[in-house]
Design a protein around this ligand. Structure first.
Ligand SMILES: Nc1ncnc2c1ncn2[C@@H]1O[C@H](COP(=O)(O)OP(=O)(O)OP(=O)(O)O)[C@@H](O)[C@H]1O
Ligand SMILES: [Mg+2]
Length: 487
């Protein structure tokens, strides 16, 4: 009897002691030490294998698997149990997102096997993930586990509609790649940009047929890319148009700052480090070249669009160059294939003005419109940016806004008109200037304005289906002739 009581008492004491130990372990956090020792002990009885997933390959090109693992790990609930996790605000209000910190370990389970990932970094600062897996499990799960990561990260990517704006950085050691990104949420779309509806639609359909053209480009043995030149005075919407293109295509944007590019070969490396489904833009090209504020040459820039090297870069991309005028640039440099579509961005005409008044002031018609029209007809003009600013500043009173616009057109706009007339003396007429440009292009594409097309040119037209965009500021009409639809 006594023995029985002793045993019960012992059991109670043991249970109570265990309970106390557990409370102490959990309250003091010592449980983590115990878990660590346990893990170490188990480790001594298992043979592990390690797999490293570096962020870049030896050519400093992005390793797609790294980004997939990154997306996958950050979606795991076990990230909360990592020793150290970063907290960031998310896109939605009050949303907090968790991101692994450097050198932290996150564990995962797949088909009953436990694996862990270390968010590591080499001595030279290159980031990587290291997968630790038991040798016994490796044969059984590794390939299906990696496949699982692919599937999950692809699903996550499809759900994540956020576009990115990449900027090149002046990274001396170049170990961590040359691009840094921020979310791209520019509100500009083709709907809110003031531009000829006809031209807008033609650009949209050109982009749409580009998107569908993968097989067509492959069949021709061409890289799946298309390049645009946007030219016109400051404030006429060139950069906004790039944003509208990216939003329309759902593409990321790579904005190349030429002042941070060391030379032509550095530019090629930058191209190699871009992803597909992107708009690569070089803004104000003529300014860089005329002020010599870049070490890159024009041929370096344009070769970058059509050289053999471009076939090594990611597919499905749009290249865009913006400049104020093409006069300083050798036409050979802008030949089709290098630059497929040229679009002129003129100063405001009455039609564009009415679009701006509708967008910015919500005014479709107004008694002052006839006066504004008269001023435009007399040759005065301003950029959409200038007119837009006046409208925004006076948006509470459309009448006041229109009076400001009239006043500005009569003062600043008149001077612009004089400049226009000077241009008229130099090249015949402004209309002639723009048509001369497009005829240069049609000459290239269509065998010259004179009519007779050489067989080579006809072949060329069949192959490339280029756009011929004529613009005339005076008539405000654009003639986009599609010779053949892509794809
Ligand atoms: N065609 C347009 N339609 C609507 N808004 C416009 C248009 N053009 C310019 N704007 C407005 O003017 C501002 C400047 O435009 P943007 O930066 O696109 O001009 P840009 O041609 O790139 O000028 P720059 O040559 O100086 O870089 C933007 O805020 C934009 O909203
Ligand atoms: Mg711009």
């Amino acid at each position: 009897m006594g023995i029985l009581w002793d045993s019960i008492l012992l059991l109670l004491v043991a249970t109570f002691t265990l309970f106390l130990v557990r409370v102490v372990l959990f309250k003091t956090g010592l449980i983590y030490m115990v878990k660590l020792w346990r893990r170490k002990l188990i480790d001594t009885f298992h043979v592990y294998q390690f797999y490293k997933v570096p962020e870049f390959n030896e050519n400093v090109q992005e390793n797609q698997l790294y980004s997939k693992v990154y997306a996958y790990l950050n979606s795991l609930s076990s990230i909360e149990n990592s020793d150290f996790t970063n907290l960031f605000t998310g896109k939605k209000t009050n949303e907090i997102i968790l991101r692994l910190d450097r050198n932290q370990v996150v564990s995962d389970e797949f088909l009953g096997a436990r694996v862990s990932w270390i968010n590591g970094q080499n001595d030279d600062g290159v980031r990587n993930f290291v997968l630790k897996i038991r040798k016994a499990d490796k044969r059984r799960i590794l390939s299906s586990y990696l496949q699982h990561i692919h599937t999950v990260s692809d699903e996550l990517e499809q759900r994540n509609t956020e576009l990115k704006l990449f900027m090149n950085v002046d990274d001396q050691n170049k170990k961590n790649g040359r691009w840094r990104s921020i979310p791209f949420d520019h509100p500009c779309t083709f709907e809110n940009i003031a531009m000829e509806t006809d031209l807008k639609n033609k650009v949209k359909s050109d982009l749409e047929s580009f998107l569908k053209g993968k097989q067509y480009y492959n069949r021709l043995g061409r890289v799946w890319k298309r390049s645009y030149l946007l030219y016109g005075p400051s404030g006429t919407g060139k950069s906004s148009f790039v944003a509208a293109m990216a939003n329309f295509l759902d593409y990321d944007v790579y904005d190349i700052d030429l002042s941070k590019v060391v030379d032509d070969s550095d530019l090629k490396m930058l191209l190699l480090q871009t992803r597909g489904k992107s708009v690569i833009v070089i803004e104000d090209l003529d300014r860089y070249l005329s002020t010599k504020s870049t070490a890159v040459t024009l041929s370096g820039i344009l070769n970058f669009t059509d050289s053999i090297l471009s076939s090594c870069a990611a597919d499905e991309r749009i290249m865009v160059f913006t400049m104020t005028g093409k006069e300083l640039i050798d036409p050979a440099m802008l030949r089709p294939g290098r630059v497929d579509v040229h679009i002129h961005f003129p100063l405001c005409d009455f039609t564009a003005f009415k679009t701006l008044a509708n967008n910015y002031l919500g005014v479709k018609d107004h008694k002052l419109f006839s006066q504004v029209e008269g001023i435009f007809q007399n040759g005065a003009s301003l950029s959409p940016a200038e007119i837009g600013e006046l409208m925004i500043a006076n948006r509470n009173s459309p009448t006041r806004a229109l009076k400001y616009v009239i006043n500005a057109l009569q003062t600043d706009g008149d001077r612009r008109g004089t400049a226009g007339r000077r241009l008229l003396l130099e090249s015949g007429s402004r209309r002639a200037t723009t048509e001369e440009v497009s005829e240069d292009m049609s000459g290239l594409l269509c065998g010259g304005g004179g009519g007779g097309s050489s067989p080579a040119v006809k072949e060329f037209r069949k192959l490339y289906g280029l756009l011929r965009i004529k613009s005339s500021r005076k008539s405000g009409s654009f003639d986009v002739a599609r010779e053949m639809k892509d794809g």
